[in-house]
Design a protein around this ligand. Sequence first.
Ligand code: NAP
Length: 323
Amino acid sequence: MKAIRFHQHGGPEVLQWEDVDLPPVGPHDARVRHTAIGVDFVDTYQRSGLYPRPLPSGLGMEAAGVVEAVGKRVRNLKPGDRVAYLTVGNPGAYAQERVLPASALLKLPKAISDEVAAAVMLKGLTSWYLLRQTHRLKRGETALITAAAGGVGLILMQWARVLGAKVIGVVGSEQKAELARRYGGRQILVGYEQLSSRVRALNRSRGVDVVYDGVGKDSFYGGLDCLRARGIMVSFGNASGPVAPVSPLELSKRGSLYLTRPTTADYVATPEAQRTAARELFALIGRRALRLHISQRYRLADAAQAQRDLESRRTTGSIVLMP
Ligand SMILES: NC(=O)c1ccc[n+]([C@@H]2O[C@H](COP(=O)([O-])OP(=O)(O)OC[C@H]3O[C@@H](n4cnc5c(N)ncnc54)[C@H](OP(=O)(O)O)[C@@H]3O)[C@@H](O)[C@H]2O)c1
């Protein structure tokens, strides 16, 4: 079977389309033929070396597909089942097929298409833990969400509103603002400059309760300035580059702020946590309280182009690779 792999860290050009042998299906494993594969910003960090990988390496954390074979001890799955997964710390979804522990695979309900599942496993389960665990967002609170028209951002924004919170979204262009509004965003700001004065103009100078920031370097201090006293900065990504080391005094002088830098590995790495989160996520999608925006599809072999588009801010919502 064919897969995207890389032998050195670097730009999208290091991605290669290679023949790869699948390992045998062990007694607790299943072999999955992928039908759709999610593309995530974290894939670009692993490729570039911001999050270094042992080399050579595969890429990709989320995919959906059909079970082709199961090991002899597997009871919960059978060939033909539609499944999806999020692998934390074990990238390799940019491939036509994969052998994985059966316990890592979630059976898909009818209401969730393969493309939606592939697009939502990492982004949706991340949104779940950010809103339900990192900071338990409450009715009436105000959340500032950066890159609100992006993959995680569009999901976060809709879900936060389901929880009864007010959302102020920030996006990079007027076109993206229109998209965010179509997905329920009421207060959308364009551009990351002078965020604090623009955000405070919208909420009577009070400041927001929580900032969910996946942009990083270019929005971190602007985001901190938007918080009310004792508000929390959830810095969960680095799309514009990593945030430089922060002195605790930066938090005290802005009002005894909290700062956390969460990762999936500490929240949704186990099958149990993933099942709990996915149940809630799939239910929201099933009743259309949460809509997935899949803006672009690429051939799996064109993964480098998908990453180029993602890194140059040309994409909105989620993008998927089709094997
Ligand atoms: N910690 C975790 O557990 C976890 C899990 C999943 C994802 N993440 C993080 O969540 C963030 C969003 O991921 P995603 O896959 O959904 O990507 P995405 O939001 O679809 O794409 C990134 C967006 O960031 C914004 N951005 C601002 N400045 C940028 C710059 N200089 N270069 C590139 N993008 C820039 C762009 O939106 P605008 O043009 O609107 O600004 C861009 O579309 C990423 O930082 C990712 O690492 C973290």
